[in-house]
Design a protein around this ligand. Structure first.
Ligand code: ZN
Length: 147
């Protein structure tokens, strides 16, 4: 059996989402579409959200950039799909705290997302990891203003 260190395991998860992104592509129809970028690294994300009531019933993204930015977006769409907007917002805030080193991150609750923790020691990559989450928070704000 091949033994992987935690850091190697995190890398594997990130590469898996980068090579085989989930929910990539436009989502039509959608309620909110928002494009943001991270000029430090050249990462781009366009996020699409669809709601039924307060629940996120559809989420997809277009984007290009480094493996961390794209894998983070892919993992985010998997996790946020079906969540009430309030829970999606809490999840995003919790990821931001984890990336700021303020929170350990509960592996059971976060699933693959816990692999983003591997990035915490590379400060320049934290912006890559958080691009999709900051875009999500903005998109949720936009959605709540509309309704
Ligand atoms: Zn990047």
């Amino acid at each position: 059996m091949v033994h992987l260190s935690l850091e190697e395991l995190y890398k594997e998860v990130i590469l898996d989402h980068y090579r085989d992104p989930r929910n990539k592509g436009r989502l039509d129809p959608h309620d909110v579409a928002l494009e943001r970028n991270n000029p430090l690294c050249g990462d781009e994300i366009e996020l699409f959200l669809k709601f039924e009531g307060d629940d996120v019933t559809g989420i997809a993204f277009e984007g290009k950039g480094c493996s961390i930015s794209q894998a983070s977006a892919s993992m985010m769409t998997e996790k946020v799909q079906g969540l009430p907007a309030k829970d999606a917002r809490e999840l995003a805030e919790s990821i931001k705290r984890m990336m700021a080193g303020e929170e350990e991150g509960n592996a059971d609750a976060l699933g693959d997302l816990v692999s983003l923790k591997g990035v915490v020691k590379y400060p320049v990559r934290i912006k890559c990891a958080l691009l999709s989450w900051n875009t999500l928070l903005e998109a949720l704000d936009e959605a709540s203003e509309k309704s």
